[in-house]
Structures are given as C-alpha cells and as structure tokens.
Unconditional design. Structure first.
Length: 255
C-alpha cells in the first residue's frame, strides 16, 4: 500500500512539473536591464531604450525597467548589431529613426500591439528579415522604414495605417523599396489608401486590393516589373491608373 502511494505521488509530481513547463514554453524571458543603456524621464513615467549593450543574438526587450514602462526604442539603438530576433513589448509606442538599421542577421521581429509609429529607415537593410507583420494600431510608417530588406517575402499592412486624411500619405516614400524577394502583400480589410511604398519590388507578381480601398497613391508599385496581376475585391479605386510616361508600372496620378 505504501509503495503504491509513493508511486502515485511521484506520478502526480511529474505531471505537475510537465504542466508547469508547458505553460511557460510559449513565452521568452525578458533580457536583463543591464543589456541596455536607457533613459528614464524626470518624473519616472517612461523609459527609452538608447542602446543595446548585450551579446545575446535573441533579444526580448523588457516591458518595464525599474518598474517604469519602456515606451520607445531610440535612434540607432540596435543598429549594426548581430541580433537575430527581437521581441518588442506592448508598452512600446514608437520605434525611432534607424533603430535597427543594417542588422543584417535579424530574421524575426515580434511587434508589440501598441506601436503607433515606425520612423525613417527603422529597419533599413535588415537583409535576413523574411516577414513583417505590422501591428494593428500603427498610424505612421516612415520613409524607407523597411527598404533594402532583400529577403523580405511577406508583409502585412494593418487598416489603421491607412484610414487617415485622404489627402496625405500615412506611408512616406519608398517604405518597402528595393525588397527584391517580396511576393506577398496582405492588406487588412478596412484599408482605405495604398501608399507609395513598394518601388522596385521585382519579385512581386500579384496584388490583391481589398474592397475598402478608395485610393492608390503614386508611385505605389513603380518599377515592379514582374507585376502582372491586380485583383480588385470591389470596385477599382479612385484615381487609379497607368502613368503615361511609363515611369510607374502601377501608380496613381491626378489629372
């Protein structure tokens, strides 16, 4: 009887351990604060990552440092480092100019849900990056933010990026320019504007335009020389057309 009870207790402990292990395997532990140079506001309500000092290739930016929320990743914070993956927490609202520029070994980026702004050249020449699933609350995407990411194959564009003033482009110029492996662009239903950002994406062959799209801006798909199929899920957007001088393989101009 005692032996049977002992075996039962051991089995219960093993199952408990396995359950606990499964529950934590889906998340990664945050990198220590000592891996970063950071700034904390005078009233201690926000922190900014200034520079990555660590040596680990896989980085998990902490949601808080000294119990203060990390809100921004500063210019050049990770530039020219050898990181391979980065998890950005939900506390972050902005990724500043050139924050990850020329991180040529960066393969994976997990964006926090509350990022509103990705600035100029933030991920320029991240040549190993294969996917960019932009967060659902994004409002502004800077010029050349993902330009020169020559391994990038798939991009997800949230509707939040394009439901703004119809006379302005929430995507600055050449946002995804020169991404020569890009094949899949997923526009979220609800997208109203397709910005001028996919210049010289030479592997792109097909684009599906959601029914919600109202306008396509110059030069949305300029020099995408292999783009042969455009599928409209609704009516063709307003002001959509071929540039008469042939400079834009697929663009918008106002007559």
């Amino acid at each position: 009887m005692k032996r049977a009870l002992t075996v039962t207790l051991i089995l219960m402990m093993l199952f408990t351990f396995a359950a606990c292990d499964t529950g934590t395997s889906g998340s990664r532990k945050a990198s220590p604060a000592s891996d970063f140079d950071y700034w904390i506001s005078e009233n201690r309500d926000r922190a900014i990552i200034l520079r990555y000092l660590g040596t680990a290739a896989d980085v998990v930016i902490p949601e808080t440092i000294e119990n203060i929320p990390v809100e921004s990743i500063y210019s050049y914070a990770f530039s020219y480092t050898g990181i391979k993956s980065v998890d950005i927490p939900d506390s972050v609202v902005s990724i500043m100019t050139c924050a990850f520029v020329h991180c040529t070994e960066l393969e994976t980026v997990k964006f926090g849900a509350n990022i509103e702004q990705i600035e100029f050249s933030a991920f320029w020449e991240c040549t190993a990056l294969k996917e960019a699933y932009l967060p659902g609350g994004l409002k502004q995407l800077g010029s050349r933010a993902f330009s020169g990411c020559t391994s990038l194959e798939t991009v997800f564009i949230p509707a939040s990026l394009t439901t703004q003033d119809q006379n302005t482009d929430p995507w600055e110029s050449d946002t995804f320019a020169d991404n020569t492996s890009l094949k899949n662009i997923i526009f979220e239903e609800g997208t109203e504007i397709i910005g001028g950002g996919f210049v010289s994406c030479t592997a792109l062959q097909k684009v599906t335009v959601p029914a919600s799209v109202k306008k396509v801006l110059v030069p949305a798909f300029s020099k995408c020389e292999n783009l042969t199929e455009i599928v409209f899920e609704g009516d063709a957007p307003e002001f959509f057309g071929m540039h008469t001088h042939g400079d834009f393989a697929f663009g918008i101009y106002d007559s």
